[in-house]
Design a protein around this ligand. Structure first.
Ligand code: THU
Length: 138
């Protein structure tokens, strides 16, 4: 059973899912990130008539977090619409790994409340990330 903090994060992801612009796929996704600061940022998928330009919920939540001034992800919730849980796509795993370590818990939720928890390091093992590059901010 999810604790109160996790339930709050999932609720934020559900609120975001309700705002998704999934006009072409009909597949609405919401994501919420808790930053290390404790602040929560959410995102939904935003599709485009030029299909490849569509944006995923998780990537949009990451963008909201950066705009909000946070740079470290502590926990993630993702809500999809289908019976098959919406595990994050490969691009979103990479986007999350830019700002989250391997231990970050990802709560993946279905429409009826079933939740699977997996760590980011399991979803994207040996991620290529900022540590692979010289720090351009130094
Ligand atoms: N989608 C997400 O928002 N996140 C994922 O991790 C997987 C897929 C979106 C993209 C597209 O708008 C719709 O779901 C169907 O692929």
């Amino acid at each position: 059973m999810a604790n109160a903090d996790v339930e709050e994060l999932i609720e934020e992801a559900r609120r975001a899912q309700a705002k998704a612009y999934a006009r072409y796929s009909g597949y609405a996704v919401g994501a919420a990130l808790r930053a290390a600061s404790g602040r929560i940022y959410a995102g939904c998928n935003v599709e485009n008539a030029a299909y490849p330009l569509s944006q995923c919920a998780e990537a949009n939540a990451v963008a909201a977090m950066v705009l909000g001034g946070d740079r470290e992800i502590a926990e993630v919730a993702i809500v999809g619409p289908g019976e098959v849980l919406c595990t994050p796509c490969g691009g979103c795993r990479q986007a999350l790994a830019e700002f989250g370590n391997a231990g970050v818990p990802i709560h993946i939720c279905g429409p009826t409340g079933d939740v699977v928890e997996e760590s980011l390091g399991v979803l994207i093992p040996h991620a290529f990330g900022p540590d692979n590059l010289a720090d351009p901010e130094e």
